[in-house]
Design a protein around this ligand. Sequence first.
Ligand SMILES: Nc1ncnc2c1ncn2[C@@H]1O[C@H](COP(=O)(O)OP(=O)(O)O)[C@@H](O)[C@H]1O
Ligand SMILES: [Mg+2]
Length: 224
Amino acid sequence: MSKNKNTYKFDNMEAFRKLKTNIEFSAVEKPIKVVNITSSCANEGKSTVAFHLAQVYAAKYKKVLVIDCDLRRPKMHRYFQISNQVGLSDLLVFIDKQPDLSTYIQEVTVTDCENAISVLTSGSKVPNPQELLGSSKFKKLLQALSKQYDFIILDCPPISMISDTFYVSNVSDGTIFVISMKDTKKDIALSSIRQLERSRSKILGIVLTKTQNLSSYDYYYTYE
Ligand SMILES: Nc1ncnc2c1ncn2[C@@H]1O[C@H](COP(=O)(O)OP(=O)(O)O)[C@@H](O)[C@H]1O
Ligand SMILES: [Mg+2]
């Protein structure tokens, strides 16, 4: 497993600690172990939430994994400053050959974070992201990984244009829906939430990003 000693600085991690507590409290029947982060459109702050939430979980758990499921506009490798030469798409292609996971999953050391964070970047560009994410291979991979990791965060594409995320949210324990106070149109957000509900995704909560009256890195968490 490759080790990257990058250093990072964060604003307002308290908001993410609250988010983590809320996720934990939303687990009534079984503990939430796999969450996916999505929103209506691009640039609303999904990957930023995934990236920061991972730090907060890594303060508590030894084995936290982030998977970049946005195979169209991947960003996690940039946020963690690591290579995206191989990743999820490559791993799925070779999954039947029992590949060595450490070839695909990178460990990133983060400042002020006791435990390293494991990151599976998106990997090689593929023409059929939907097919890969909707495949039984992806489902099986996630089932296997959830036995090995304490917590898994799935960074997803937006849902207003493409349906990749519905496949991911169906195999995760819950969905965090991101709304940007600056960018998100109310009707598009509502329609996305309805689509998620129709696809039987369990929406755990809504995170508001880019809030106007407060620091732009304040996050709120609410869902009725
Ligand atoms: N809470 C926030 N306040 C201000 N800017 C933000 C916030 N969250 C994200 N951004 C910025 O918005 C842009 C898109 O963020 P990103 O998390 O990559 O979006 P997405 O994954 O939804 O496409 C980035 O430039 C990021 O720095
Ligand atoms: Mg993103």
